[in-house]
Design a protein around this ligand. Structure first.
Ligand code: PLP
Length: 376
């Protein structure tokens, strides 16, 4: 593969050279003062990125799926009730996890490309007795953006812990964990945080930590248990040595560099940059005759686009775009998989990357259309 191909999928994304350099440095001891300082700084900066001064951050070796399961394993006990605001593939995944951990799951579903209405969610919550409500902030299978602030307010009103899957949103979309009343939010390094795959990042607010402390049974998974990780994270934040399981030293050094870039840009400016890029690509999709999955513009993510193939075009378009030097992703939602493709535009993405991507898509569309209309 050409090293200068652009990786424009919804994670992993194009990473900043300084982040990759940190990854390539000599690995330090996990008790080295330089490493402890970087870990401590990362934990503090994560509170800034999630707008969650009151939360406890956890950074653990694993992917976003591990972060999902860490939330579920620590909050849920067998017999608890959970409400899943279901917007697609990753909402289904957390529902499966909730069930594996013994919860009784109720779904409030929407058609692919839509979000359940607040009324429907409130009606379900009024049924009462939900310990947790999960929301996928950006569903990566449909590029749908859920109204987390309004949904979290409903969850709070009905006394459910609000869990937000921010794997495709944190570092790109607006998220004010404390102000919005979100109890747990998590992400993974390879999406808008801009670090190669391998880190699960989770922040738990005071209500979530209290619910975990109030458990009557131990967390079934030792690796996921807050009880194992809390002393380690408290120690690292105080730059003191601690050990439970070896931290991914180089990835955390790279995280420190990336979070430094995030807070230097400023979260408000970063979100604004994603909004602006989404506007530019939104106009381009219209000009190219590509229809986004989310029908309602208010529900379109700013971190990625999901687009139906135009009439007469199939998944060979993704290959044709790769031949033009840009890697995009195929469909993921099981109901529509073969009918659409996805383009990531998050993290360190620049307007130059966007221009190159739009050019490649335009040329590829031309190529596949000509190929399938030989009489033209
Ligand atoms: C990517 C993603 C996940 C899963 O993350 P992995 O790192 O692939 O395990 C979960 N939820 C959402 C919304 C995602 O975009």
């Amino acid at each position: 593969m050409n090293e200068r191909n652009l990786l424009m999928i919804p994670g992993p994304i194009e990473f900043e050279p300084a982040v990759l350099r940190a990854l390539g440095e000599k690995t330090r001891s996990h008790l080295d003062p330089v490493f402890m300082k970087a870990f401590a700084r990362s934990l503090k900066r994560l509170r800034e990125v999630f707008a969650a001064p009151s939360a406890q951050p956890f950074v653990v070796a694993g992917s976003g799926t591990l972060a999902m399961e860490m939330a579920v394993a620590n909050l849920v006990q067998p017999g608890d009730r959970a409400l899943v605001v279901n917007t697609g593939y990753f909402s289904d995944r957390i529902a499966t996890m909730l069930e594996r951990h013994g919860a009784a799951v109720t779904h409030v579903r929407a058609e692919p490309g839509a979000v359940p209405s607040l009324d429907e969610v409130e009606r379900a919550l009024s049924g009462g007795g939900f310990k947790v409500m999960t929301v996928t902030h950006v569903d990566t299978s449909t590029a749908v953006l859920a109204p987390v602030q309004a949904l979290a307010a409903l969850g709070r009103k009905h006394d459910a812990l609000v869990v937000v899957d921010g794997v495709c949103s944190v570092g790109g979309e607006a998220l004010e964990m404390d102000a919005w009343g979100v109890d747990v939010a998590f992400t993974a390094s390879q999406k808008a945080l801009g670090v190669p795959p391998g880190l699960a990042v989770l922040l738990a607010g005071p209500r979530a930590m209290a619910a975990w402390k109030a458990r009557t049974r131990p967390v079934a998974s030792m690796y996921l248990d807050f009880a194992e990780w809390l002393p380690v994270h408290e120690a690292y934040e105080a730059e003191k040595p601690a050990y439970f399981a070896t931290p991914p030293v180089n990835l955390i050094m790279a995280l420190d560099v990336s979070l430094g870039q995030l807070v230097e840009e400023g979260m408000a400016a970063r979100v604004q940059r994603h909004v602006k890029i989404a506007e530019v690509v939104g106009r381009a999709w219209k000009a190219l005759g590509l229809e986004p999955l989310p029908k309602n513009e208010a529900h379109r993510a700013h971190t990625l686009s999901a687009l139906y193939y135009p009439a007469g075009v199939d998944a060979s378009l993704v290959k044709a775009i790769a031949q033009e030097g840009v890697v995009v992703a195929g469909g993921l939602h099981p109901a529509l998989k073969t009918k659409y493709f996805r383009v990531g535009h998050m993290g360190a993405v620049t307007m130059n990357d966007v221009s190159a991507t739009l050019g490649a898509i335009e040329r590829a569309l031309e190529a596949v259309t000509v190929a399938t209309s030989p009489g033209r």
